[in-house]
Design a protein around this ligand. Structure first.
Ligand code: CP
Ligand code: NVA
Length: 312
């Protein structure tokens, strides 16, 4: 595919990228990572600016977008929840229209997915979903990069999602299906991924040769897995459900017993932040199979590639 086809586009969902475009992002990320390790920092976004609107806290997403823009020769402006107050101090549409007059792109972390969609609708510049209640595509692009680096392929690998059918799970379902992976999602009753997302993933899987499987049994998912992925049981914005969720998800902890069912060289993944002792034990998170810090590092390289392709 010719370069430049992503220029000016939004990235709200994993489904906003075709298979070819996703590979384009991954290839550029690998290239930028290698060049950075060799001391090179190509100024692909010289003089460009990114506004970052956050309705929720962040460590990885904020730092990697900000550092990434700087390394590409541009700059980023961080807007904290109390600064913008999307839809409270000013309508989402007005915020989008103002920002579009000053900056070259917007990364937004919102409670409601409809808010990033509204920003994208009214801003004539690329809008990137930096996590909403529905998806976390930047995370999953970095995760696919991490898996590819470790295994030199994506197609045919079996990935087990254990825990909540949440935003990260949705993006992983869509991304894994697109890349021809076999994804098995184990969630408690009532916490399965959204049906419309599963249907979209199934459509992709039918094209790519991937496979989607849903279960309530974490052991079934972990058996023979090449990758085990988990995330917090209580996502940002769900704090009031904490007590109930801690009970419901208890059988879904990723621990040594679950790991023992997977392939010998299984990769353990977590988007972080982790709640140690809840969804994952210390010994697994810090153990030899864990690639969580590689995932965190790859947020930088993956998002630099994405920024360079969308904003250029
Ligand atoms: N994984 C992730 O998005 O981390 P932050 O919430 O710290 O940005
Ligand atoms: N599912 C988590 C991911 C955090 C990066 C949340 O939304 O809080």
């Amino acid at each position: 595919m010719a370069p430049g086809t992503l220029q000016g586009r939004d990235l709200l969902s994993m489904d906003d990228l075709s298979v070819e475009e996703l590979w384009m992002v991954l290839d550029l990320a690998l290239d930028l990572k290698a060049r950075m390790k060799a001391g090179e920092r190509p100024p692909l976004l010289q003089g460009k600016t990114l506004a970052m609107i956050f309705e929720k806290p962040s460590l990885r997403t904020r730092v990697t977008f900000e550092v990434g823009m700087w390394q590409l020769g541009g700059t980023a402006v961080y807007l904290a929840p109390q600064d913008v107050q999307l839809g409270v101090r000013e309508s989402v549409a007005d915020v989008a229209r103002n920002l579009a007059r000053w900056v070259d792109g917007i990364a937004a972390r919102t409670f409601r997915h409809a808010t990033v969609e509204e920003l994208a609708k009214h801003a004539e510049i690329p809008v990137i979903n930096a996590l909403s209640d529905l998806e976390h595509p930047c995370q999953v692009i970095a995760d696919l990069l991490t898996i590819y680096e470790k295994r030199r392929r994506l197609e045919g690998l079996r990935i087990a999602w254990i825990g909540d059918g949440n935003n990260v799970c949705h993006s992983l379902l869509l991304g894994a299906a697109k890349m021809g992976m076999h994804i098995v999602v184990a969630t408690p009753e009532g916490y399965a991924p959204r049906e419309d997302v599963v249907e979209r993933a199934q459509t992709s899987a039918a094209r790519s040769g991937g496979r989607i499987q849903l279960t309530q049994d974490p052991r079934e998912a972990a058996s023979g897995a090449d990758i085990i992925y988990t995330d917090v049981w209580v996502s940002m914005g769900q704090e009031e459900e904490r007590e109930v969720r801690l009970q419901v998800f208890r059988p879904y902890q990723v621990n040594q017993a679950l790991l023992a069912l997977a392939n010998k060289d299984v990769l353990v993944m977590h988007c972080l932040p982790a709640h140690r002792g809840e969804e994952i034990t210390d010994d697994v998170l810090d153990g030899p199979h864990s690639v969580v810090l590689d995932e965190a590092e790859n947020r930088l390289h993956a998002q630099k590639a994405l920024l360079a392709l969308l904003l250029r």
